[in-house]
Design a protein around this ligand. Structure first.
Ligand SMILES: NC(=O)c1ccc[n+]([C@@H]2O[C@H](COP(=O)([O-])OP(=O)(O)OC[C@H]3O[C@@H](n4cnc5c(N)ncnc54)[C@H](O)[C@@H]3O)[C@@H](O)[C@H]2O)c1
Length: 283
């Protein structure tokens, strides 16, 4: 079992994955290029662990121990000490390629290199390393502390040993794994694209408001959140980047086409919950 997990990117997902890994007993090195993001992430983790204790889902000693296992880091080279790395930087292939090229220079040859990408090619990311057999998709869902599912994605050169290792890690974190091959958006984000896209088209045509669409989807479909509530939770920028990525990789298949509403919201910086305003307003 891999003991020290390095997490790259301390945003919505990286912070949540750090929390889940620390609660499962892993030592965590949490890295971000932004000191502010790192500080905010540690605050969120502290707050969330406090809530878990209040709700009785973790004991106070468990929460305290988890917190002490997470070491925030500003120096990338320190990730070299990790037995397994989970990358959760922005959904931009160039950014991820740069990270994996740099990781390749510092990690031990047997280290597992996982990416939390929602849609990008594991094969392409792996090809930049000397050990493409150690590169794998480990796709957590938002919020990682509460969502049970992890998609484990095999790149065309990923070894079975690597898949087994991340499966063991996912199980240790209390997750249920689903396995799939390396296709744009994997399973969940491919199936979800038309869900967001059609809702955006209904909104764009003025057929109904975001509130109405969300309410109908919740009441009639039994979904816990409607498409606009979910996009606000994910981050409009992240959701837009994933949509563009799936659309590009499927050679501009019309059913995956992004919507101008998404682009405008990214331009305006109304990115959902994380900025206090998206399709809805937040305190
Ligand atoms: N938000 C979701 O619902 C969700 C769900 C599943 C998977 N994902 C995937 O997880 C990844 C991260 O998404 P997120 O929502 O956490 O994004 P985010 O914007 O909340 O966080 C990204 C973090 O990465 C940091 N960063 C930027 N460049 C970096 C670099 N070169 N090295 C290290 N850190 C860097 C940023 O400072 C930021 O803190 C993406 O690939 C996304 O597709 C997101």
């Amino acid at each position: 079992m891999k003991k020290t997990v390095g997490i790259i990117g301390a945003g919505t997902m990286g912070g949540g994955i750090a929390q889940v890994a620390a609660l499962a007993g892993f030592d965590v090195l949490l890295y971000d290029t932004s000191g502010e993001a790192l500080k905010a992430s540690m605050e969120r983790i502290r707050g969330d662990l406090r809530t878990s204790v209040q709700k009785g889902t973790a004991t106070s000693p468990e929460a305290t121990a988890a917190l002490t296992r997470i070491r925030p880091r500003r120096t990338f080279e320190e990730m070299g000490a990790a037995d397994a790395v989970i990358e959760a930087a922005p959904e931009d292939l160039e950014v991820k390629k740069e990270i994996f090229r740099a990781l390749d220079r510092i990690v031990a040859p047997r280290a597992v290199l996982a990416t939390n990408t929602s849609s990008l090619s594991i094969t392409s990311i792996g090809s930049l390393t000397r050990t493409p057999e150690s590169v794998v998709g480990m796709h957590f869902f938002n919020p990682p502390a509460r969502m049970k599912l992890v998609e484990i994605v095999r790149g065309s050169q990923t070894s079975e040993q690597t898949v087994r290792t991340v499966h063991e890690m996912a199980l240790a974190m209390g997750k249920t794994a689903v396995f799939c091959s390396d296709t744009p958006g994997f399973i969940v984000n491919r199936v979800a694209r038309p869900f967001y896209g059609e809702a955006l088209r209904v909104l764009g045509e003025g057929t109904a408001t975001a509130e109405e669409i969300d309410r109908i989807v919740r009441l009639s479909g039994g979904f816990r959140m409607g498409p606009f509530e979910l996009m606000d939770l994910i981050g409009i920028d992240v959701n837009y980047a994933v949509t563009k990525s799936v659309y590009e990789q499927f050679y501009h298949e019309p059913r995956f086409r992004p919507h101008p509403i998404q682009r405008r919201m990214v331009e305006a910086g109304t990115l959902g919950r994380k900025t206090g305003r998206g399709f809805y307003r937040y305190e």
